[in-house]
Ligand binder design. Structure first.
Ligand code: CA
Length: 430
């Protein structure tokens, strides 16, 4: 039987080559009708449609699969399905893929059912598909840590002595993780007035985005039982785009000694689609070498196996005065120094328990070269070198009305496996 990520697979739903959602992808999400009424239904994306997994007569159409947990698709979130583990995920994906194939008449020729379960994307509103219990944000890009460390502490002390030994992270705030399209108020907080040096309170004047990719945890572990690095892959359900909005002036004053707090807790945006590891498998690749120093044994993944993915990432900015958004960053997930399995192994090495649906984000993904920096802080050199746009606008940090959009995709031969986008606009202060 053909694999679900085989490049030659075709669906009876027409899918353009630049679409993020061919039959090879089938990312999970949740939607409500566009008028916002009703309970969320779980779905997958296919071309310009969502396939409503809740409304699908699953006993009938998934009959051939051994997957016996169809009830999980009648829940409003993916958490229980995420907790089922890789075998169930693959079986469900196989059944859905089979149903959407061009040569399977079951759904293709049942026009009444197609009307019911295949809904155009512009007729639905995507909602958060996961009840996120805990959110952790790593700091795993060497380029980003070096750029930011240089600005905060000077070139000599850019990387803290621990950085090359462990995937550094902080515990984030799950309650303010929002779905793409949620606009955010400009936060107020404590900061140092750059002119007087006095401690003042007010709206952040250095509001920023951070280009990240996060993963949602699968079954997880019980308290006291670490997840070994070579088993960590079985605890990763899928990936989504993440924008970790950041107030740099608040961050600079508050981050010593316990790390970010108010500068990050006012909002984190995620894309509505979660792309599974099965869909990403053909795009597996090697990350940066880790030899100087070599990681401690509990962080050593099999060196002969590629542990990351080639995911192209773009950020665009739309100022109110622009007709169209301008691209300001192009980066790639593969630049990250620490991979997801190392992050998960490190997170749990103390016995800390991860639960289904927990979100673990990568940290800002910057790469080599100026245009691959994943934050305004880096792109504008700490605010000293404004970005200049063709219409004459300039930006060092985000202003009210600015909209940031992140997108990401893997490029196959004639098709893409993509994440859609995560966007958000900055409103004024409350
Ligand atoms: Ca971050």
């Amino acid at each position: 039987m053909q694999k679900t990520n085989d490049p030659t697979l075709k669906s009876f739903i027409p899918v353009k080559p630049e679409s993020h959602f061919p039959i090879q992808n089938l990312p999970y999400g949740a939607f409500v009708p566009a008028d916002g009424s009703g309970e969320p239904h779980l779905c997958v994306a296919i071309g310009d449609f969502v396939l409503d997994l809740h409304a699908l007569p699953r006993e009938e159409y998934f009959q051939a699969s051994n997957f016996n947990s169809m009830d999980f698709f009648s829940r409003p979130t993916l958490n229980e399905f995420m907790g089922m583990g890789r075998k169930a995920w693959t079986e469900a994906r196989t059944a859905i893929s089979r149903l959407l194939r061009y040569d399977n008449p079951n759904l293709r020729d049942n026009h009444a059912l197609r009307e019911k379960v295949l809904i155009p994307m512009d007729k639905v509103r995507m909602v958060m598909p996961v009840d996120i219990g805990d959110y952790t944000d790593f700091y795993s890009s060497r380029e980003h840590a070096t750029n930011v460390g240089t600005m905060f502490r000077g070139k000599e002390h850019a990387l803290h002595p621990n950085w090359l030994h462990m995937p550094v992270a902080y515990h984030g705030r799950a309650s303010s993780v929002v779905i793409s399209g949620t606009d955010l108020y400009r936060p107020c907080g404590q900061m140092t007035d750059p002119e007087t040096g006095l401690t003042v309170f007010g709206p952040s004047r250095m509001l920023d985005f951070e280009l990240e990719v996060g993963f949602f945890a699968g079954p997880g572990n019980s308290l006291g039982r670490p997840i070994p690095v070579d088993q960590a892959g079985d605890h990763i359900f899928g990936l989504a785009l993440v924008n970790d909005w950041s107030a740099r002036d608040i961050q600079k004053w508050e981050y010593v000694p316990l790390g970010p707090f108010n500068s990050k807790n006012f909002g984190t945006s995620v894309s509505p689609w979660i792309v599974t590891l099965d869909a990403l498998e053909p795009f597996r690749t090697f990350g940066p070498e880790q030899t100087a120093p070599a990681p401690l044994p509990y962080l050593q993944s099999t060196p002969s196996r590629p542990h990351t993915f080639d995911i192209r990432l773009d950020v665009t900015l739309k100022c109110a005065a622009f007709l169209t958004p301008e691209r300001i960053c192009r980066s790639n997930f593969k630049y990250l120094y620490w991979n997801m399995c190392q992050q998960l192994a490190h997170h749990t090495v103390t016995g800390c328990n991860i639960r289904p649906g927990d979100l673990l984000a990568s940290g800002t993904i910057s790469g080599p070269g100026e245009t691959s920096s994943g934050s305004m802080l880096e792109l504008s050199h700490g605010g000293s070198k404004p970005l200049r746009f063709p219409n004459g606008e300039e930006r060092t940090f985000l202003e009210d009305g600015d909209e940031v959009t992140m997108t990401g995709w893997c490029q196959g031969d004639g098709y893409r496996v993509g994440f859609g986008e995560t966007k958000g606009k900055i409103l004024g202060i409350v």
